[in-house]
Design a protein around this ligand. Sequence first.
Ligand code: PMT
Length: 398
Amino acid sequence: MLKGKKILLGITGSIAAYKAAYLVRYLVKEGAEVKVIMTASAKDFVSPLTLSTLSRNPVLTELFDEQSWSNHVMLGRWADVMLIAPLSCNTLAKMANGICDNLLLAVYLSATCPVAIAPAMDEDMWHHPATKENLAKLSSFGNEIIPVERGELASGLFGEGRMAEPETIIGFLKNNFFLTSPLKGKKAMVTAGPTYEPIDPVRYIGNHSSGKMGIAIAKELQRRGAAVSLVMGPSPVNVLSNGIEVTRVTTAEEMFTACNRLFASADIAVMAAAVADYTALEKAKEKIKKKDDKLTLELVRTKDILKSLGEKKKKEQVLVGFALETNNERENAMEKLKSKNADLIVLNSVKDEGAGFGHDTNKITIFGKGGSEFQFPLKSKNEVARDIVDTIIKLYYA
Ligand code: PMT
């Protein structure tokens, strides 16, 4: 899977830098072409000679010397992936703040390829709010974070902060960047986020959906080769993914129109949005003034988008709905599968801690038409998206 892939490995000053030698060796063994960039302090932990011998390429450390200048822009363009492992607390902070005082940082800031980072630091540094904030910033830039591991640390303490093992990092690269593309040539549409139903010019009926689940599914479908359109309700969460066509909508009616337009040419549709079931019968033209103790709003049903797509669905189209439940979860999910003519229903329950609205995690069960049922534990929404797309591929495109 890594044969011929170009990996740019950035190494920073951390005791875990010794593992970078194994990392380079394993990558080269898998057929990858590896170029190494080191910061000055990384050289205190592992020798450039070791890394250039293992990578079969000169190791780059300086932006320029007396004779030549390292073309940092072209390095970022050369690579299929830039991996920074180990990533020290110091370089993490610089990356989060756009500081550019060495070659590695210049390459990072100009890289057009995807970037993955494998942090390594002592437990207390790992748990510091500044570190968390810097990691969240990198994640919001679209960088992939390879989770740290628990174990013995350089300080002699035992805890979180160890860099992931080289084998784990290689598995992460394969899973995140070099999967085969079983959905190549397929078109997918995904809905995400809430809808807002206006009451007057300043108020609306909405819900707590952030759009994270739908965005993760859209990205995963794209990673597997599909051309993806995302219909996104009013969420402040950024999509940050090149190549996904995003249609922004506000109301259930607007989402209905966008979905019906896109569904005609879609092979796969995944409906993860939390669409309002009711909208105000009349939207007041001016702000409603408070007068009486009680205010009654007359609401009418919105169009059921999933149901309307289920009615139109052609044999070769795959339609996936969600069910967000608080009680009778299984029965309600099965009922939705049938009444909406969906192929799969993804059930999540707000009763499960860490599941549903807003969280970065979710816990799902997928119900299939033929009575199949797949249960998954609580996972990050990215991993949940992978499970959903894996299930679609296994059942319809294997
Ligand atoms: O956005 P996040 O913060 O990441 O949270 C994710 C989520 C909880 C919103 C998501 O995982 C989820 O459960 N989405 C569906 C929420 C929902 O509205 O569930 P429902 O059981 O009310 O609707 C069932 C299905 O019908 C859904 O696929 C929904 O998109 C669809 N629907 C609902 C109403 C409507 N008028 N038209 C629809 O198409």
